[in-house]
Design a protein around this ligand. Structure first.
Ligand SMILES: [Fe+2]
Ligand SMILES: [Fe+2]
Length: 209
């Protein structure tokens, strides 16, 4: 799959489809509830990496900072959810992160490289979606998303730097692996998705929760 015309994100191959933006504008409650889940999951993934690579002080320092930032993001989203009167509810996760994780190697040293590439794509897509939604969604969500956009841009670079470092140590080529994740990511973002979530594709047959 080639890069979409006029789309120049350094990591992502395709922009968020207009169909997903329309679904997000129509379902702000689901959007915010799943967004809060994404922030919690990002913090918990960073903590899991600190345990998995406990001997790596550079990685653990970066992941500790990232986990704290993600929890602050969660608190911002949760505050907005309360102030808007969104009814708290449980939402099952969508397909995106689980499908990306399936591509992660089961054994080291490739596993660390893949985990960091996977994290970079999830952060980059969050960043791109905040930028895509901000002009369309109106206050107060636009204010929150504009603020978060910069943090997620920084996060994807942290993950990509750590992927590059792990690849160098493992003597594996980074770019071909990035391309494999990029192709899968583009497929998940552009193919119709039966469930609307923060990282879902455009709506498919039903947009159940
Ligand atoms: Fe975040
Ligand atoms: Fe993040």
């Amino acid at each position: 799959m080639s890069r979409a015309e006029g789309f120049a994100h350094p990591l992502l191959r395709v922009p968020t489809p207009a169909g997903w933006i329309a679904a997000a504008l129509a379902s702000p409650d689901v959007l915010l509830t799943d967004h809060a889940n994404c922030e919690k999951k990002a913090a918990s993934t960073a903590l899991a990496l600190m345990f998995a690579y406990a001997e790596d002080l550079e990685l653990t320092a970066k992941m500790s900072r990232l986990a704290r930032e993600e929890l602050r993001h969660y608190e911002q989203v949760a505050k907005l959810i309360r102030s808007l009167g969104v009814t708290p509810r449980r939402l099952a996760p969508g397909r995106y992160a689980e499908r990306m994780r399936r591509l992660v190697a089961k054994t080291e040293p490739r596993r660390e490289v893949d985990l960091m590439i996977c994290g970079a794509f999830i952060e980059a897509r969050s960043c791109e979606r905040f930028a895509a939604l901000s002009p369309a969604i109106g206050a107060p969500l636009s204010d929150l998303f504009q603020g978060l956009h910069h943090a997620e841009a920084r996060h994807y670079k942290v993950c990509l730097d750590l992927a590059g470092r792990a690849a160098k140590r493992a003597r594996v080529a980074l770019q071909p692996r990035v391309e494999e994740f990029a192709a899968l990511e583009a497929e998940l973002i552009t193919s119709s998705d039966p469930v609307f979530r923060f990282h879902s594709g455009p709506p498919g047959q039903s947009s159940g929760c």
